[in-house]
Write a protein that binds this ligand. Structure first.
Ligand SMILES: [Zn+2]
Length: 158
């Protein structure tokens, strides 16, 4: 069993996304994170996953929101834990922790329900809501903006 303390070059961890054995960085701040690798024609979302650091953003990237919440509750022994609610600045930091390559952020929505629309590489747009929900992939910014508006219509009951 590989641990963060005994980690050495050549050690692998099963990528939680593509399930192949992937070697890990052994030094610096990224020690214990899975090295960059491809899956399905692009960078695998398991790239950079750190099995020894079970933080919500990376669990979210790899497992999706519901399972990520369940994992945080389990790992940290906090059965009632909920994702934080963020203003756009902190929300952008959260998104960057999920997808370090995210950019072109635009603030959307209004009041205390403002979210972000952003890119994660070419022709890959997403939105993020104030309560840490991330959309599926859209080809165009306009589609991500529309999807955010629809999400808000469904979820703002006032
Ligand atoms: Zn992978």
């Amino acid at each position: 069993m590989v641990t963060i303390d005994t980690l050495k070059p050549g050690d692998t961890w099963a990528c939680p996304k593509c399930h192949r054995p992937i070697t890990m960085y052994t030094g610096g701040a990224v020690r214990g994170s899975l090295r960059a690798h491809k899956a399905g024609g692009g960078t695998c979302d398991g790239t950079g996953y750190g099995p020894f650091r079970r933080a919500f953003p990376q669990e979210m990237r790899v497992f999706g929101r519901d399972e990520a919440i369940a994992r945080v509750r389990d790992v940290h022994g906090m059965p009632d834990w909920e994702p934080p609610v963020y203003a756009p600045g902190d929300l952008q930091e959260f998104v960057a922790a999920v997808w370090p390559q995210a950019k072109s952020f635009t603030i959307v929505g209004s009041g205390d329900r403002r979210g972000l629309v952003f890119t994660v590489g070419s022709r890959r747009w997403h939105y993020a809501t104030h309560d840490c929900r991330l959309s599926g992939r859209c080809d165009f910014q306009a589609d991500a903006l529309d999807a955010f508006d629809e999400h808000e219509k469904r979820n703002s009951s006032v």
